[in-house]
Design a protein around this ligand. Structure first.
Ligand code: AMP
Ligand code: ZN
Length: 133
């Protein structure tokens, strides 16, 4: 399997590693939103949240808390966004599960996605469909 992050995990490609334990590795994103932007990656290959084993989800978020604290302190960030892109339509480009830890600063000019109003009945309809799945 030709997976970029598996190669990084196996040490076949370089990375700026900042944390590692038995289940997880964290390294700096090569194209950071801000310096210190970090990826937390399970060592076991899965594609996205949808096929990620529950224990890897737990391990990634457990590590993310620890790493996010270090990133926040080291960058003097005002806050950290935790983001995961799942599937192409959501912007995923590397198909090995990972979460982004993005340092944020007051007035850094970045905007989160826009919120929109529901049309009449639309909220109840989508609620019913999701609960029914
Ligand atoms: P996404 O799949 O959209 O969540 O984003 C994948 C992220 O991986 C992007 O932000 C890339 O900048 C980052 N990336 C791609 N190749 C590398 C690499 N070799 N080392 C570190 N980060 C990478
Ligand atoms: Zn992989």
């Amino acid at each position: 399997m030709d997976c970029l992050f598996c190669k990084i995990i196996e040490g076949k490609l370089p990375s700026a590693k900042i944390y590692e334990n038995e289940h997880v590795v964290a390294f700096l994103d090569i194209n950071p939103v801000h310096p210190g932007h970090t990826l937390v990656v399970p060592k076991h290959h899965s594609t996205s949240l949808f096929d990620m084993p529950d224990d890897d989800i737990a391990a990634v978020f457990h590590a993310a808390k620890k790493v996010a604290q270090a990133v926040k302190e080291a960058t003097s960030a005002g806050g950290i966004n935790v983001n995961m892109n799942n599937d192409k339509a959501a912007g995923q480009v590397v198909f090995h599960s990972h979460i982004h830890l993005i340092p944020r600063f007051e007035n850094d000019g970045l905007k989160l996605w826009p919120g929109r109003k529901y049309s009449e009945g639309q909220q109840a309809e989508i609620q019913k469909r999701i609960v029914g799945c």
